[in-house]
Design a protein around this ligand. Structure first.
Ligand SMILES: Nc1ncnc2c1ncn2[C@@H]1O[C@H](COP(=O)(O)OP(=O)(O)OP(=O)(O)O)[C@@H](O)[C@H]1O
Length: 635
């Protein structure tokens, strides 16, 4: 491609120790608190009655009856107290909710370290020695900015570019906290780290295994697609730090008996941007409803927007520390040769194919928008008998398949790797020559994240090229605020090999490829429909005949597009409705109990009163009769 033109804690742990020591200690604490709350008013009311003693003194002859009555009234009082307690709980909850909403409006700044040297931190020698073994001595900017808050037990919302050192920062605080609390397997899970993908979960585990090397705390990854039963067995034995994908964690929370999580003191959501992208929000909401509410919350992101912030606020407690050092400037990607190529939908694949054909002797990474796109283009290239080896990384592969594919790509000198953003998160690129953004990124931030991978690449001559449709060129305007300028490249039409007829023939003759292409076509349109930058990615502006041609179809296949964002919003709405219904149901039960208790009390009081009055009247009559008889006798 030729360049054409240029556009422009220890301290913390003390307080935590009282929060959770061991599961048995905590259980005792919870139980005793419960007993005190329930029995205290009863003792108070009884002593009041004994002190006043009116009933006992005035109707001495009715002592037996009245003491029964007292007991019954105590039962009634207990019922009333239960109702009052429940009401109080609801009022407290409502008040807390209101306070939370008010408080969460105000984020407060994080405290920075005075020194940026790990050795100066007030942490255990074991952690310091692990850091030394990892050859980490000076903190990165984000580490210096969030470690004091993390170590003091404050909730933290940290936003920084990929590779900024966020994972090491939060893992360091977790390792330190659990070892200070002397967390044992019997204490169950003290920390849960939620990761959006299997890859990121494994990456976290590998860093944790180094950082926790000199500590006794246990950890494990719990992932969708792994063996559920063996995971459950591990959890039942006790895992101090659980690294999990949200869906699998929820499954264990709901079904694994003996999974002790009531001592949880830290919940971390890593890569919350991807958690949202992967539609895990409703699952996170369900998880939050199950886990203990009193815990340190840590939310990690590479970018920030309204959606990310509002989910973070659901996870974090009031007055959390927020640190955002994500790159607004382009320093992280300065020096990387970046360009774009504009081509119509029907020419996209032809240009890509021709470029890759000319890439003999090169290593290329191609970003696509979905797993189905990865699968289809991988298969198609092998049908076209491409001269370069093709590798695929996609979310539909097993972990083993992905590990092998990535290792093979790292080891080869020549080849093309088809992948998605999701799979590549947290993975460092090996030495490559080109990074092609075939499906454009969602926004400028995501673009930068892809190019950061290029900038960290061992090959300093590596270039980044983005494919744009003519209708998507407006996307470049979004780069101005980041001072990013891209060169426009042109791929001479006489150098584009026309494999269109071959492609169309495959769609008729190879059933398997036809199905794979249809899936890819549907996924492409679905991703397009889900794009948030509607000014750039407007599905109504797509020429579907041209789009279909890039997938080998002369007529666009009929497909149903599932607008997932709507689905997510709907799911969230349903959760909120369910919560409201639950709260209404709780209030209705309280009201019913209250009314029942009231009417029972009134009825019993009336009955007792009537009995007493009747008895007194009978006594009076009897006395009168006795008096008359005595009077007669005297006469
Ligand atoms: N203080 C440091 N000094 C030197 N290297 C560091 C430091 N902190 C982290 N690194 C290295 O930088 C790389 C990225 O670190 P880490 O995984 O913590 O970053 P991250 O911000 O969590 O990245 P991602 O968003 O991709 O998960 C790792 O290889 C790690 O060893």
């Amino acid at each position: 491609m030729a360049s054409k033109s240029s556009t422009n804690n220890k301290a913390a742990s003390k307080s935590l120790a009282s929060n959770s020591r061991s599961s048995s200690a905590k259980a005792t604490k919870v139980n005793s608190k419960h007993v005190i709350k329930k029995s205290e008013p009863k003792v108070k009311n009884l002593s009041k009655r004994v002190k006043g003693g009116h009933l006992v003194k005035n109707i001495a002859q009715d002592f037996v009856d009245v003491s029964d009555m007292l007991e019954e009234e105590d039962d009634e009082e207990q019922e009333e107290e239960k109702v009052e307690d429940a009401q109080e709980d609801i009022r407290d909850e409502d008040q807390e909710d209101e306070e939370d909403v008010k408080m969460k409006d105000s984020e407060s700044p994080a405290e920075e370290t005075e020194s940026s040297i790990f050795a100066d931190l007030n942490i255990s020698p074991s952690t310091k020695s692990a850091l030394a073994q990892m050859e980490l001595s000076i903190m990165t900017e984000i580490q210096a900015k969030i470690l004091p808050s993390l170590l003091s037990g404050r909730d933290v919302f940290a936003v920084a570019d990929a590779g900024a050192g966020k994972t090491i920062a939060y893992l360091l605080s977790v390792v330190e906290k659990l070892s200070t609390l002397n967390f044992q397997n019997g204490d169950g899970t003290g920390t849960i780290i939620l990761a959006p993908t299997r890859e990121s979960a494994h990456q976290i585990q590998s860093i944790l295994s180094e950082l926790a090397a000199n500590h006794a705390q246990s950890f494990a990854v719990i992932l969708e697609g792994s063996n559920l039963r063996s995971e459950a067995e591990k959890l039942q034995k006790g895992v101090n730090i659980v690294i999990a994908t949200p869906d699998r964690l929820l499954q264990h929370l709901k079904t694994t008996e003996g999974f002790v999580y009531n001592n949880l003191n830290t919940l971390i959501i890593d890569q919350i941007d991807l958690i949202i992208d992967n539609r895990f929000e409703p699952i996170i909401q369900e998880i939050l409803d199950i886990l203990p509410a009193k815990r340190q919350g840590i939310v990690i992101a590479t970018s920030n927007n309204k959606e990310i912030k509002s989910l973070a606020q659901v996870v974090l407690r009031a007055k959390y520390a927020r640190v955002d050092i994500s790159s607004r400037d382009n320093s992280a990607i300065e020096g990387v040769e970046q360009g774009y190529v504009v081509c119509e939908s029907d020419k996209r694949f032809l240009v890509l194919n021709s470029f890759l054909k000319k890439s003999v002797g090169r290593k290329v990474v191609v970003f696509l928008s979905s797993c189905n796109m990865v699968t289809f283009y991988g298969e198609l290239l092998s049908y076209l008998e491409h001269p370069v080896p093709v590798f695929e990384l996609n979310g539909n592969q097993t972990q083993q398949e992905r590990t092998i594919a990535f290792a093979e790509f790292c080891a080869t000198n020549v080849g093309v790797l088809f992948t998605t953003d999701v799979v590549m998160r947290g993975i460092e690129l090996p030495s490559v020559d080109f990074v092609l953004q075939f499906d454009p990124p969602t926004n400028a931030k995501d673009y930068i994240q892809r190019v950061i991978k290029v900038s960290k690449n061992e090959n300093q001559d590596c270039k980044s090229v983005m494919f744009l449709l003519p209708s998507e060129v407006r996307f470049l305007e979004y780069f101005k605020q980041y001072n990013i300028s891209l060169d426009q490249y042109d791929f001479a039409s006489n150098r584009v090999s026309n494999v269109q007829s071959q492609l169309e023939k495959y769609m008729v003759t190879v059933y398997h490829l036809n199905q794979s292409s249809k899936n890819a076509y549907r996924s492409y349109l679905q991703s397009y429909a889900n794009q948030s930058l509607k000014q750039v990615y407007n599905i109504s502006k797509l020429d579907l005949v041209k789009v279909a041609k890039a997938f080998g179809f002369t007529v666009p296949p009929k497909i149903n597009i599932d607008f997932s964002t709507k689905k997510v919003k709907q799911a969230l709405k349903e959760i909120l409705l369910k919560k409201q219904e639950e709260s209404d149901a709780k209030k209705a039960i309280v009201e019913k109990l209250q009314n029942k208790a009231k009417s029972a009390i009134t009825r019993r009081r009336e009955e007792k009163l009537q009995a007493i009055v009747a008895e007194k009247l009978a006594n009076k009559k009897a006395n009168k009769r006795v008096g008359k008889r005595v009077g007669k006798a005297r006469k």
